[in-house]
Write a protein that binds this ligand. Structure first.
Ligand SMILES: [Zn+2]
Length: 480
């Protein structure tokens, strides 16, 4: 079967029969098919077995899912390809190694660098959790040890050593009989979509697709023609507002808080959101829409990621890449201070007119918690959310209107302004996803990486256009 038909017919002209393969590939998902986290898709074609991403399930009740047996034998996998470095796409990689995988791990150089920072941070958290569990067991007089960790430090080092950097657009050999090509997906530093060509045809995996309008990354590159397509659907039932509106709303709350002598607290994730916030502050200062205030970045991992953004400009918007090439730092507001050590919260306790950027994005941990204790009680201050707050997190509790919360074990009254600025999204919205799958000419579309409503929204659009949809279920084989 040709991998790229010379004439692309409308999908309506040849709907795929419900069970026949149009691509020669079979999918076994080990996560990221019926929800947004834990992405891990095994694609098999003849004897070739390629795992795309090996992500962690994230959320309050996902511990068991992350320890569940793989629905395939890790030893039998020929190679892993990573679409990008988010924890929900790379977090189970060390466990895959511990369970017997011994192949190469292909990704862009930037993604390998991001994944290393993300995996080392996660391993540190795993070690802390384990030490805490051991102390708790000892206090309770329980004999024995806490549950065995899913992997050891040497598994992490071994799998990191198997990283193989692949440039965008260059066809590479994934394993015998299978070739891969990566294209720019926007989203976060280094992110790629992946086309896999096997003896029977092509399967295209979108990875996570970026927002065409975001400040840092250009829109995702158009897809190549494909037989089958796995496409993310995080926001397939939503429409984003324009970046101009988002930046204006962000500037308004920052400006009004600084104007009344307050501090602005911005919880951010280390990858992408920290850099987007720093860049937006700088741009708004340059346009004199906000004063050039003291900006304190109290986020060690955010700072490490920002260094990677400076080192790998290839996936950034050309205006930002050009500034970096000139030695002009697009992530540096005029009065930026990078906090060293863990004492910034105490030092800023009585400060006025400061913008504090710190993790974690949903207040599930990180240094922002220490700042909250000192600043939430003052009505001049503002806590500004620039990302979605998941149910069950402290961030969500505050967004939902709590006036009193527990932070680091202490009761804290909230008198500060609480604002949510929507539109800082790293994901494509409904119309962008619709345009992307149509451009691929895919004969079979598998909506993945989305809640049920979002996956159904995209499936509805595909069916209305006469295309064929198949749904992946965790661990069940699906012919593509
Ligand atoms: Zn992602």
């Amino acid at each position: 079967m040709p991998t790229a038909p010379p004439v692309r017919l409308p999908a309506r002209a040849h709907p795929a029969p419900a069970s026949a393969s149009v691509s020669g590939w079979t999918l076994h998902s080990a996560g990221g098919c019926e929800g947004v986290t834990g992405s891990a898709h095994l694609l098999t074609c003849d004897d070739a077995r390629v795992l795309v991403d090996a992500g962690l399930f994230q959320g309050p009740d996902e511990e068991a899912a992350n320890r569940a047996p793989w629905p395939f034998e890790p030893r039998s996998i020929d190679a892993v390809v990573l679409t990008h470095g988010h924890l929900d796409h790379v977090g189970r990689l060390p466990r895959l190694w511990a369970d017997g995988f011994r192949g190469p791990v292909f990704a862009t150089a930037a993604t390998l660098a991001v994944a290393e920072v993300v995996l080392r941070d996660a391993a540190g958290i795993q070690a802390e959790d384990r030490a805490r569990a051991r102390r708790r067991a000892r206090r309770a007089g329980i004999a024995g040890d806490a549950a065995r960790p899913p992997y050891a430090q040497n598994d992490l080092e071994a799998v990191l050593a198997r990283g193989r950097a692949v440039p965008f657009h260059r066809r590479f050999t994934v394993c015998r009989g299978v070739h891969g090509t990566l294209g720019r997906a926007g989203h976060v530093l280094g992110a790629a979509w992946l086309a896999l060509d096997g003896p029977g045809g092509r399967v295209l995996l979108s990875g996570d697709l970026g927002d065409a309008d975001g400040p840092l990354h250009p829109p995702p590159e158009p897809p190549p023609p494909t037989d089958a397509l796995l496409i993310e659907t995080t926001y397939a039932d939503a429409r984003h507002r324009s970046w101009t509106e988002t930046a204006r709303a962000f500037g308004e709350v920052v400006g009004r808080t600084l104007g009344r002598g307050g501090n602005v607290l911005i919880p951010t994730f280390a990858l992408e959101r920290t850099q987007a916030v720093l860049n937006t502050l700088q741009v708004l200062e340059a346009r004199r829409e906000i004063p050039a205030a003291r900006v304190v970045l109290d986020a060690p991992m955010g700072e490490r990621m920002t260094a990677l953004y400076r080192r790998y400009p290839q996936t950034l918007r050309s205006a930002i890449a050009h500034r970096l090439a000139r030695g002009d730092d697009p992530f540096r507001p005029a009065r930026l201070e990078v906090a060293r050590g863990g004492s910034a919260a105490r030092e800023l306790r009585d400060a006025r007119g400061v913008v504090i950027v710190a993790g974690a994005g949903m207040l599930t941990g990180g240094r922002m918690l220490q700042h909250l204790v000192f600043h939430l009680g003052d009505p001049r201050n503002a806590l500004v959310f620039v990302g979605y707050q998941v149910e069950g997190t402290l961030g969500r509790e505050i967004v939902d209107g709590a006036r009193q919360v527990r932070v680091l074990g202490e009761p804290v009254a909230i008198a500060a302004e609480v604002a949510s600025v929507h539109g800082f999204s790293a994901h494509a919205d409904a119309d962008a996803l619709d345009g992307w799958w149509r451009a691929s000419g895919a004969r079979v579309v598998v909506p993945v990486h989305g809640e049920t409503g979002a996956r159904e929204a995209l499936a509805g659009r595909v069916l209305a256009a006469g295309g064929a949809v198949r749904h992946a279920r965790l661990g069940e084989p699906l012919t593509l």
